[in-house]
Design a protein around this ligand. Sequence first.
Ligand code: KG4
Ligand code: ZN
Length: 333
Amino acid sequence: MTTILAIESSCDETSAAVISNGQLRSNIVATQLIHQKYGGVVPELASRAHQQHILPVVEKALKDAKVSKKDLNAIAFTRGPGLLGALLVGASFAKALALGLDIPLIEVNHMQAHVLAHFIEEPRPAFPFLCLTVSGGHTQIVLVRGPLEMEVIGETQDDAVGEAFDKTAKLLNLPYPGGPLVDQYAQKGNPSAFPFPISEMPGLHFSFSGIKTSVLYFLQSRTKEDPRFVEENIADICAGVQHTLIKMLLQKLRKAAKQTGISDIAIAGGVSANSGLRKSLREMGEKDGWNVYIPRFEYCTDNAGMIAMAAHFKFQQKQFAEQTISPMPRMAI
Ligand code: KG4
Ligand code: ZN
């Protein structure tokens, strides 16, 4: 039996997971709440919080999996992309543990891992498939040919869609991270009450910086007329923005499916937890005859379970890392 401990520390979740022969046995996530009062992730605070959480999180992951350190065959960690200081905590911890136990080290690309979260449980997509990876830092359409064979065929040229959600929330005075709150309000609102413009981009690329500006100007002009405008219309505003963001995502996904002739379509990353996106994707899938794959909520946002899954595939191919390896804040798939 091959048992791997995986560590994720790229942003503001400290997470550890244990996987044996491709079967996830534990997945512990400690979310750093300290960033809420600053309205965004503060890198230095994130690094400190990772230092505090990493040992208890790893110990809990081992305990829940009923595994002791001597049962481990490899240690995996997120190499990038992410915040350098945050990545360093996970990388250093993983290296030290692998060195102490004299077992191999496995580096994992966080964006590949988001895609591979689909292999944690059934239904698992068949290769090749397309994955729309939508998070706080990325928006990509990935052509997945094999577990470790991926190509980005479209991506955002500026902000990530998660950022568009979070920035909209900030303009509406909602706490960070605002994406889930925009989702909650949108469920009670009318998506056509306030229309927002779609940014047209060439090919399979996206742009999400324009919508933030349109929301800002829209709110400025409406609150000038009525200071209670946001308070009274928050559900409709959220529904309008969310509807526009989803439309931009799905328009390009449909184009990618047509261009590649692929009809196995998956979504991954934090924003794939969005209820509107999940619903619209299922509807589009039914219309277009796609097999749609949507992960469970807990595997959408950052977690070490997905890092463990990626590490499982890398272990099979004996893709091990050197002890001299260092994190890569910017790391292509
Ligand atoms: O993948 P993730 O956990 O971290 C990154 O790697 O960035 O994604 C975090 C992003 C944040 O922007 C958060 O607001 C967004 O995912 N998010 C959502 C929802 N849940 C998380 N956005 C919209 N609706 C949601 N339900
Ligand atoms: Zn992520």
